[in-house]
Design a protein around this ligand. Structure first.
Ligand SMILES: [Zn+2]
Length: 384
């Protein structure tokens, strides 16, 4: 485990030198503070979507979706196969040392109460998971920026929803692998497929949107507001291995984990309990993990209980890239885990790769060294 100091100004200078090696460093003599992370956006001037295209391409009703969207659907028989393009046309520059490990949280500048809400849109082989319209609608209605880590298969199976989220300037899209495998047990070849297929699927969808009349009429400037590729990545189950981290870093994708997990996947909590965990654990710089693929229990109902409270306490919501851009330091780790090192080894056990010594069982009956935080919390703690 390592904590790397993330000194923003030296990092900016370093990357400006990389970008302008011929000695043409623009504004290097200026003392003005850097406007953004030069790695994730060379100018610091990034956008996540286009309001004009969002409004031109979908009606209010289409954007609102339906409670039916939340349900899983069975995958048609024999349904599998790669995306129509398996290699993305675009690539990103490799990451610097400070961002090459698994990132769990950041240290914001003194006094900046920023945090990132993230929602996973996981889809494994053999299922077509859902879309939690309640989550997205609440975020939209209340202007809450958030990051959706989207599976490649999920994109392919929900093209309109994927495009709406990609186009909405409030939301950032991250890569959550093609089919939600435990990458710790995959070969490097398979790991690359899981990552690149998803980048490629995003590109294909973005190109299809760009070809629509509604997007054409909005103009090139608006179309280019939608990022060409996902900018960040999240490991399924939070399980990684060094080769996967290296490939991601070389591909310019920071591996984003979380520092606040309330486990909305279990059905043994209420919306109030879920909100209470997050309110109790919230700190400036945390990354919160939740689900929007229909597998989160009471996730949407928890949002009105926690977002106004966090705002009242002075918190500002930002996307993951927004968080990295404003960070003073990034806390990152050479291992991946849920709450503490080793606590996600049970996923290796479940997938038959690693036998664990007998120990406490979790509620699914699997060995688990970590207790679920969902049941805890008396709600009496002050927000920090
Ligand atoms: Zn997931």
């Amino acid at each position: 485990m390592h904590i790397f100091k993330f000194a923003l100004i030296p990092a900016l200078i370093f990357f400006l030198f990389l970008l302008f090696p011929a000695g043409s460093l623009p504004g290097a003599e200026s003392a003005s503070p850097p406007s953004g992370n030069p790695l994730l956006s060379p100018t610091g001037d990034f956008t996540f979507g286009s309001e004009a295209i969002l409004r031109a391409c979908w009606t209010e009703e289409e954007l609102r979706g339906s409670p039916e969207d939340k349900k899983d659907r069975p995958a048609p028989p024999g349904y599998s196969g790669p995306p129509e393009r398996t290699e993305p046309k675009n690539r990103r520059a490799p990451l610097p040392p400070e961002l090459r490990n698994s990132i769990r949280s950041v240290q914001p500048p003194e006094g900046e109460k920023i945090l990132a809400l993230t929602f996973d849109l996981c889809e494994s082989s053999g299922e077509i998971s859902g879309y939690d319209a309640g989550v997205v609608n609440y975020l939209r209605e209340n202007g809450v920026p958030a990051t959706f880590f989207m599976g490649g298969r999920w994109m392919r199976d929900h093209p309109e929803k994927a495009l709406q989220l990609m186009t909405d300037p409030l939301f950032e899209i991250g890569n959550h692998t093609w089919s939600h495998k435990n990458l710790r047990k995959r070969t490097l070849g398979k790991i690359k497929e899981e990552i690149l297929w998803t980048q490629a699927e995003y590109e294909v969808l973005r190109e299809k949107l760009a070809a629509r009349t509604c997007a054409q009429n909005a103009g090139q400037g608006e179309r280019e507001k939608i990022p060409a590729l996902p900018l960040t990545f999240r490991f399924p189950f939070g399980t990684c291995k060094p080769g996967a981290l290296k490939f991601l870093a070389d591909s310019g994708l920071p591996a984003i984990q979380w520092s606040l997990v309330a486990d909305d996947r279990g059905d043994d909590h209420t919306a109030a309990q879920l909100a209470r965990i997050i309110l109790r654990e919230a700190r400036p710089g945390v990354i919160v993990v939740l689900h929007a693929n229909g597998h989160g229990y009471h996730t949407a109902e928890a949002l009105p209980r926690l977002i106004p409270e966090l705002r009242k306490a002075g918190y500002e919501f930002v996307t993951v890239t927004g968080l990295l851009t404003r960070a003073r330091e990034v806390s990152n780790f050479s291992d991946c885990f849920e709450l503490k090192p080793g606590d996600n080894y049970r996923y290796d056990f479940i997938t038959g790769v690693r036998a664990l010594p007998p120990q406490r069982k979790d509620r699914m009956g699997f060995p688990s060294p970590v207790s679920s935080p969902v049941k805890g919390g008396d709600g009496g703690e002050k927000l920090r």
